[in-house]
Design a protein around this ligand. Structure first.
Ligand code: N01
Length: 496
């Protein structure tokens, strides 16, 4: 598909967020002037990109899927990456969203013209204008690779977990894995049997609890197909359980030692070596960093052909990795499982607001937004999965659908009341963030004694949502025009 010269609503990114929003808009207005640009060659976002061995969702799929597109085809209670990607492609086709997506089209720069009340958007496939831009580029989409001294001299192979090199065979190799987060715990057990030796570099141990995963039987799937209400009820019960867990993490942290007990028993069952158990025991409250779910990660670290190094990293030589106490670990391949850049999203460097500054310059290392969705100084711009919308316990799809409802209502309001430009007031945004930061103080994410990627360079938690997810939904169920400065077509013509 070629780029049009102009579109009303331009969505950047065809992952769970952007496609869910487009589907919601098209549901009520099939003729809506909406377009998605996608830098990849297919839809699916993070579930297209992350193809590492063992990649799966660590939130139950009954909840980690669109509420408007239930599927009875999931193989397991925690779906695997290939089927999530297939699901997203199917939803894109079924809802008509796929025909609105321009692939291989990367956003390069977008600037707001305050006089014309329009965005001019430069992409890798040409320039267009848009009344409204929605950045649905994901918080966990740009891989972060640490700046390790000597990395450029390494003679072997390196890649990041999110850009897995499937052409490279790890069989019989000495492999280093840097990082022990949610991605590493999924792929390390998968690659350990083939590698000659695996050296895992841990900076901080994580709390790990069992993943209560199981195959969905044919009769269950049949039941879901025949009686969709049953599947809805299952989704509701998973949601309620997750809300209860969120309540503990946010409001009843005194109960968290119970979860630590579960994790300690899990560790004792899987790791025989007491010294290894010591290395793997965190010194912060469970939940402060994302709890990891795995039935085979800890056991894998106990294998004789796997070494856990917790001494920190000093650098890289042409044929190995040097740890902080001078140990040299000769390896053929280094795999970075070092996560992403959620507090420095690259899209912020590409969006230029009313005063000519980019969103990244405006944020200056500490992102904030109103309801995680709009930013003062950036008219007609919506963010999805924006600041303080991340969860440690439930499905981000729920948050994204809440944002979709808000944005769809805003677009409707624009349409029906002739608004050409809206901008959240600084006062509303300030009030909102004061509240969020105050609410975060008593949560495990702020007082659990860990350092995590929830903190930005200013030491502010600009990533986590601080309370129950239903509160987010209720705040976003309607576009609250009273907290915005709006300009109408009539007014603009009068001025001209
Ligand atoms: O990344 P991470 P991830 N030197 O940031 C370490 C989502 N996800 O790709 O803990 C040495 O969690 C870092 O150490 P530390 C999920 O939301 C979802 O694993 O910071 N080590 C950590 O161990 C998740 O939270 C699914 O001290 C360095 C690791 O690298 C998010 O993606 C599945 C380092 C990074 O862990 C990211 O997960 C997978 C350095 N310089 C992921 N820098 C689902 O199933 C970083 N580390 C939905």
């Amino acid at each position: 598909m070629n780029l049009p010269q102009h579109v009303h609503t331009l969505i950047v990114g065809a992952g769970f967020a952007g496609m869910g929003l487009a589907a919601r808009i098209l549901q009520t207005q099939p003729q809506a002037d909406v377009l998605i640009i996608e830098r990849g060659d297919d839809v699916g976002g993070t579930w297209r990109d992350n193809t590492y061995p063992g990649c799966a969702c660590d939130v139950p799929t009954s909840l980690y899927s669109y509420s408007f597109a239930p599927s009875a085809d999931w193989s397991h209670t925690f779906a695997r990456q290939p089927e999530i990607h297939r699901y997203l492609k199917k939803v894109a086709a079924d809802t008509g969203v796929r025909s609105r997506v321009v692939t291989d089209c990367e956003l390069q720069e977008a600037h707001w013209d305050d006089g014309e009340t329009i965005w001019t958007v430069r992409t890798s496939r040409g320039t267009l204008t848009a009344d409204v831009v929605v950045a649905a580029t994901g918080a966990l989409s740009t891989p972060s690779v640490p700046d390790m001294p000597g990395l450029e001299t390494f003679g072997g192979t390196t890649f990041h977990s999110a850009t897995w090199n499937h052409d490279h065979d790890l069989t019989g190799e000495r492999v280093a894995v840097i990082g022990t987060g949610a991605s590493a715990v999924q792929f390390v057990p998968e690659i350990a049997p083939a590698a000659e030796h695996l050296t895992v570099f841990q900076r901080t141990p994580a709390w790990v609890i069992p993943r209560l995963d199981r195959e969905l039987s044919g009769s269950e799937k049949g039941l879901y197909r025949r009686l969709p209400l049953v599947q809805k009820a299952v989704r509701g019960s998973v949601y309620s359980f997750r809300e209860a867990l969120g309540g503990v993490l946010a409001h009843a942290t005194g109960l968290l030692p119970v979860f630590e007990m579960v994790a300690k028993v899990h560790l004792r069952r899987q790791v025989r070596d007491p010294e290894l158990r010591r290395k793997l025991t965190p010194n912060f409250t469970i939940g402060c960093k994302r709890m990891l779910l795995s039935n085979d990660w800890l056991r894998t670290l106990d294998r004789p052909d796997v070494t856990l190094v917790d001494a920190g990293l000093a650098g890289v030589t042409p044929d190995g990795v040097v740890d902080a106490v001078g140990g040299v670990h000769k390896v053929d391949t280094i795999i970075f499982a070092t996560g992403f850049t959620p507090t420095e999203p690259p899209v912020a460097q590409a969006l230029r607001g009313a005063n000519g500054r980019t969103l990244a310059e405006h944020w200056d290392g500490s992102p904030s937004a109103y309801k995680g969705t709009t930013v003062a100084g950036f008219p007609n711009l919506f963010l999805m999965y924006g600041p303080n919308t991340n969860l440690g316990h439930s499905s981000i799809v729920y948050m994204l659908e809440s944002q979709s409802a808000y944005i769809a209502d805003a677009l409707n309001t624009m349409h029906h009341s002739g608004i050409t430009a809206f901008e959240v007031t600084e006062e509303a945004q300030r009030r909102y963030n004061t509240r969020i930061q105050s609410d975060l103080q008593s949560t495990v994410w702020n007082k659990g004694g860990c350092s995590s990627w929830y903190y930005d360079s200013e030491g502010r938690n600009s990533v986590q949502w601080p309370t129950f997810t239903w509160k987010f939904r209720s705040q976003l169920q309607r576009f609250d025009q009273e907290n915005y400065v709006s300009r109408r077509r009539v007014a603009k013509e009068t001025v001209a």
